[in-house]
Structure formats: C-alpha cells, structure tokens
Design a binder for this molecule. Structure first.
Ligand SMILES: [Zn+2]
Ligand SMILES: [Zn+2]
Length: 413
C-alpha cells in the first residue's frame, strides 16, 4: 500500500513535483478554456435568441428586412441579356414525366436567341420554372408542341396568361401536330370518338377555358395595362412532312426552327425540332423510341436534348406494382417501354451523329438519389463515344456562344 507511491514522490521530488504542477496547470488552463468557450457559446446563443425574438416580434424590423429584400431583388435584373448576346440558349423548364417527381416539372424547353423566346412544350408545372428563372416572358412569341399528350400541353393556359401579364401585347402563336390520321376505334357510351382534336382545336379549347380569366383581369386592371390582343392564342397545325424531311415552322431574325417526325407510335404525328442560330445547332427529340430521323437531323449538332426512359428500372417498377396487387397499373406502365428511348439508345444516336453534348430530358423513372442516377446511366459510357452526356435537370441552361464550338452548361436561377 502507499509504499510504492510515497518513495516515488519523496525520492525524486525535484522531478515529480514540477510535473504534478504542470499537469495540474494544464488542467486548470483547459478548464478555464472550456469555461470561456462555454460562455461564448451561451453568449452567441443568447444573442441569436434575442435577435430571433426581435425579428419575429418587432414589425419595424420586419418591414426593414422586407424593403431591403425587394430592393436587392429589383436591383439584380433577370437574365434578359440571354436573348440578345448572339448565342443560342436552351433552358430546360421541365425535364420530368407523368411519374410524380418533386424536382422535375413535365416536358418544357425554352429556346432563346435573336431577341426571341420560343417554348417547346408546356408540360404541367413548367411555367413556374420560367418564372423562378425570371426569364423575360413577355418575349415569348411562339409555342411549339411536339405532340398532344397531356404531359406536354398541360400548362399552355398558364404560359399564355402569364406571358400576357408579363407584357406580351400580341396574340400568342401555338404550332403543333394535326389530329390523328384516323380517330381511335373505341368510343364512349354516348358514341363520342377520341383523337379528333388537332393543335388548332386544343388551342381553341384552352382559349375558351381562359376566356373569363382574361375578362376578370381586364376589368380589374384596365385595358391600358393588359392589352386585350395579348389575351388571344392562335393555333396552327403543322403541315405533316414525310418521315426524314424537315418542315420549317419558325424563322425570325436568324432563329430558324424545323419540325421532323419521330416515332412515338401510336401517337401520330409526333415531332422533334431542329433549332439553328448563328451557326449553332440544337435538336430536341420530343417523345420517341430510338429512331433514324433524330440521328439524321442531329448530324454534327452542338446539342441533342433527348428523352430517356431506363427500361430495366421501369420493368422493376412494373414488377413491383403488379405483384403488389395492381396488375392494371403494371400493364399500363409496361406499355410505356416501347415508345420511349433508353439512355443507352439515346447515347448511341448522339455518338453516331457526332453530337457534342447529349442531355437527357423527360427522365423516367424519377431519380431521387445518386444510386438511382448510376442505375439510370448504366451502359452509357460504353456507347457514348466522344459525346459528352449529362442528365438534364429543371433550371439547366445550355449556352452555345456565337463564333465558338463551346457548349456551356449553367443553372438558373
Ligand atoms: Zn411525354
Ligand atoms: Zn408522349
């Protein structure tokens, strides 16, 4: 007992005592440090609590913050310069599909060049992406539809109304496919047939649906603020070209857009669009299975925005839905496999065409995390060749500057 420790301290007190003192001093210093740190944390927390209390309870402080935020927002202009910088821009305002996805609106792309903005497809939720990016919506003069599926036209009324509110004062042109060559064979119990409406009819329907809304706004704000002509929409049916033939649909100030047939059978006609401006070329596939026309008209394009459905992943969903007791929904999900292209098929097209950048849009299924993204891209690297390949996202801006071969990707807002 004590014998071993006592001699140590006594026999060599010269060596031991300073160590004891030093260790004790360190502990004291550390203790003081912890106290100071603890005090600081408490002080910072107290300041935070007081600050939070002031902000949440003093109206004058809230007003000041609100005014400052408004001023800051107004001081930074939206990206209006995108229309006049000599470049061809493609903004993705919707990269999703009818499968629910919190991060993706339905099909929508905005073309900006030569002082004009042309929208290709107005899928549900896509107007919000234009507004969030603060794009100059009053400059939208034309909307092009790839086909008349609901996930490509649902926000047409919002685009027409909101671009009018933003300042558009002339009727909005909407161009798209004719009706099916033959109406669907099945009718409803009243003998009503389906498949008879063309783009002209769809536009008339939207204009009728929004007719009262237009009146409410003119009555409320006055025709000097909301020019009545701007409330109008005019639909035009694109003359259906032969397969592998380009059909010009838009040409203003050097911005040229042509339609071509794709394969979204049984949806006919369904279009892809080729966009040209200042020597730069972008192609948007619309909804299609892998088809030769996309490759033909994407030859040496700077950008190909191609739809993509990963068939293995969707098959897993089909199996899950079916075995969980909903074979009807499983069957319908299975039906989507043959009229869309896979990421690998789209990459094969991009490689064969010599495209610089391939961007996937109309992404199916939703990709909630990095694991799903890896699965979606499985096999792409083996076929993409020299093409750069990216999964598109809402807010993606692809810029092709004039006099350059660069293809730049950024994000708005
Ligand atoms: Zn679609
Ligand atoms: Zn479709």
């Amino acid at each position: 007992m004590g014998v071993t420790s006592y001699p140590r301290f006594c026999a060599n007190s010269e060596n031991n005592r300073p160590e004891v003192v030093r260790l004790t001093g360190e502990r004291i210093m550390a203790g003081r440090g912890m106290k100071i740190l603890g005090g600081l944390v408490v002080a910072v927390a107290a300041v935070g609590v007081i600050g939070y209390g002031v902000v949440m309870n003093v109206p004058a402080v809230q007003d000041t913050i609100m005014k400052r935020t408004i001023a800051q927002r107004l001081a930074t202009s939206g990206p209006a310069a995108l229309l006049d910088d000599g470049a061809l821009h493609v903004f993705l305002c919707g990269t999703g599909s009818p499968m629910p996805d919190m991060t993706r609106a339905n099909a929508c792309s905005a073309i900006m060049a030569g002082g004009h903005m042309v929208i290709i497809d107005t899928g549900p939720g896509s107007w919000r992406r234009i507004a969030e990016a603060r794009l100059p919506a009053a400059k939208i003069d034309t909307i092009l539809l790839t086909h008349l599926h609901s996930d490509h036209i649902g926000d047409l009324g919002e685009f027409a109304t909101q671009s009018w509110i933003a300042g558009r004062s002339t009727p909005l042109d909407v161009r798209g496919p004719t009706a099916l060559p033959e109406p669907a064979a099945d009718t409803d119990s009243q003998g009503k047939s389906f498949g008879t409406s063309s783009t002209e009819d769809v536009v008339k329907g939207f204009a009728l649906a929004y007719n009262s809304d237009a009146a409410f706004r003119i009555l409320h704000h006055g025709a000097d603020h909301l020019i009545p002509d701007g409330a109008d929409m005019v639909g035009h049916n694109i003359v259906t070209p032969d397969y592998n033939v380009l059909q010009p649909v838009y040409e203003r100030d050097g911005l040229k857009i042509s339609a071509f047939l794709v394969d979204h059978t049984p949806i006919k006609p369904a279009y892809g669009y080729r966009v040209e401006y200042n020597g730069r070329v972008a192609v948007l596939s619309g909804d299609t299975a892998k088809t030769e026309s996309v490759e033909r008209f994407s030859k040496d394009a700077d950008l190909l925005v191609h739809e993509a459905l990963n068939k293995e992943m969707v098959q897993m969903i089909v199996n899950g839905v079916t075995t969980s007791g909903n074979p009807r929904l499983g069957d319908m999900a299975h039906d989507t496999l043959d009229y869309h292209a896979s990421p690998v098929e789209a990459a094969e097209i991009a490689n064969a065409a010599g495209v610089k950048l391939l961007v996937y849009s109309h992404v199916v299924p939703p990709l909630p995390n990095a694991i799903a993204e890896r699965m979606f891209m499985r096999g792409v690297d083996a076929v993409q060749g020299d093409a750069d390949v990216k999964i598109g996202y809402d807010g993606m801006l692809i810029t092709m500057p004039a006099g350059s071969d660069k293809v730049e990707v950024s994000k708005l807002p």
